[in-house]
Design a protein around this ligand. Structure first.
Ligand SMILES: C=C(O[C@@H]1C=C(C(=O)O)C=C[C@H]1O)C(=O)O
Length: 282
């Protein structure tokens, strides 16, 4: 039986995948599934993806069925540079208005609800749509995009629309980092394949460390070719993202979960972050 690895199809997850020895992992019966976060969240919930990056919100919905992998995340301390609310009016004029949300996200969609409803005390009407600013704003006052869609939209609409970076709005209100993606494994997979989970974990960690030690340069060279944009943009983007998942990142994430539960966007509270402690020994 193979172990299915979820690979978020956005550039922000690349440091964990760029240096993976894929042929070796495939020999160990691993399979890779590249999809946007909302699809991976769903596939993991259905048991069709076993391990990999998912929206941090999806972990909260399945905290009793999944275990988090330590030291791995997509986190920002302040501006994340790829999660934007684009708006026709300044953000403080959005009360009672209509906001379109990309269907590809879970963490950022719920973070936006915290920001607008809790921090700004607004009532908003939401619609979930394809991530296309033009069609989203036909009938809405603002729209949320994430990942590479948001990076491209910022190039096009950055000077004509108000735009707000959700990582920055969160940090200004809380002083805490925001973790958008975590690495999780289904508890069932961990029970059946503990040593393979260990091998996959160490491979992610090693790829992250190698990416960092090379200052992301070989990876950025590829991204400039495949995605366009200035090298200086990508340098800044990856320098600013934090890929750790230690006590400070966990504190920010836990506070996000507490607010979501209070606002009834989570049915059950997350009592604790269950983090794998067998990572090194297995
Ligand atoms: C930083 C980002 O984080 C992503 C945002 C996610 C979400 O909103 O659910 C999920 C995974 C992350 O890769 C981004 O997409 O720009």
């Amino acid at each position: 039986m193979s172990v299915v690895i979820g690979e978020i199809s956005y550039t922000n997850i690349r440091p964990f995948f760029f240096y993976l020895d894929r042929p070796m992992l495939k020999e160990h019966n691993c399979q890779f599934v590249p999809q946007v976060p909302a699809q991976l969240n769903n596939e993991m919930a259905k048991g069709r993806v076993d391990i990999g990056g998912i929206s941090s919100f999806a972990y909260a919905e399945h905290a009793l069925e999944y275990t988090l992998l330590p030291n791995l995340s997509v986190t920002s301390y302040g501006a994340v540079n790829s999660i934007f609310l684009f708006s026709k009016v300044p953000i403080n004029e959005l009360n009672g208005k209509k906001v379109a949300l990309t269907w590809s996200s879970a963490s950022s969609v719920n973070l936006l609800k915290i920001i607008l409803e809790h921090f700004y005390s607004m009532t908003i009407s939401y619609t979930t749509m394809n991530p296309n600013v033009g069609s989203m704003l036909e009938d809405h006052d603002a729209c949320l995009l994430i990942g590479d869609d948001a990076i491209v939209a910022k190039r096009e609409y950055g000077s004509s629309l108000h735009h707000y970076d959700l990582g920055e709005l969160w940090f200004n209100q809380t002083g805490l980092p925001m973790t958008f993606a975590v690495f999780a494994v289904r508890n069932e997979t961990l029970r059946h394949h503990p040593s393979l989970v260990g091998l996959i974990y160490r491979s992610f960690l090693q790829s992250k460390l190698e990416s960092e030690s090379k200052n992301y340069q070989p990876m950025i060279a590829e991204i400039v070719k495949s995605h366009g944009g200035e090298k200086s943009f990508w340098d800044h983007y990856f320098q600013k993202l934090c890929n750790d998942f230690g006590p400070e990142e966990q504190k920010g994430l836990f506070y996000y979960y507490q607010l979501l539960y209070k606002m009834k966007y989570l049915t059950n509270p997350v009592e604790k972050l269950q983090i794998w402690d067998g990572a090194i020994s297995k």
